[in-house]
Design a binder for this molecule. Structure first.
Ligand SMILES: [Zn+2]
Length: 195
């Protein structure tokens, strides 16, 4: 989903996309002769399905081509969201790499480590939790990195959310989305909107 300024804001399923299109809250965006065109729902339906292998959705009387990109007509904000602090997401942020010894390991061989231990006031936060191998975790014990003489590979940070954040989104992506992720593409699209 793109907002009114053609900025990617969200990823939704096809059912939701059709609901928004049907209500005329969104238009389909599709590549046409090298540029992106917008189609209100009625036009999109009328355009039909070209090619037998085009992903489509069937109704009683027809098939409708599956949209890959929709443009929200009224929404112009960028949503403020957060990447959830979970074991899996910390492993993803740290690329399954122990932040003390630098070894990359499978999930089962890793642990979460409080950089500043809880009993010393360290919180369960993005900036105080790192991925650690079991060995380093045991070695560090209930000490701070300084006290344990174990330096961190890098300072842990809170990941910034975006609809295409590797951590936030692990579904299927379409090639057509690529255009809206590059800064060059953004400039082109935003100038289209403003002109
Ligand atoms: Zn380690």
């Amino acid at each position: 989903m793109l907002n009114r300024l053609w900025q990617p804001v969200h990823i939704c399923n096809v059912r939701r996309a059709f609901a928004l299109l049907y209500k005329n809250a969104a238009h389909v965006v599709a590549a046409q002769n090298g540029s992106f065109e917008t189609y209100p729902f009625s036009q999109w339906v009328a355009a039909g399905v070209n090619g037998g292998d085009t992903p489509s959705v069937g109704t009683v009387s027809m098939r409708i081509r599956m949209p890959e990109i929709i443009l929200l007509i009224h929404y112009d904000r960028l949503p403020l969201r957060e990447v959830k602090l979970t074991r899996r997401n910390v492993y993803l942020r740290d690329k399954n790499t122990c932040q003390y010894c630098g070894r990359t390991l499978r999930d089962g061989e890793l642990n979460l480590d409080h950089v500043v231990p809880r009993h010393l006031g360290g919180g369960t936060t993005w900036t105080n939790i790192v991925c650690s191998c079991v060995t380093c975790n045991l070695k560090k014990g209930e000490k701070t990195p300084d006290h344990a003489r174990m330096g961190l590979l890098k300072k842990p940070v809170k990941p910034r959310w975006s609809p295409f954040n590797r951590i936030a989104f692990r579904g299927e992506a379409y090639a057509s989305w690529e255009h809206f992720l590059s800064p060059a593409g953004w400039k082109v699209q935003i100038s289209n909107v403003l002109s």
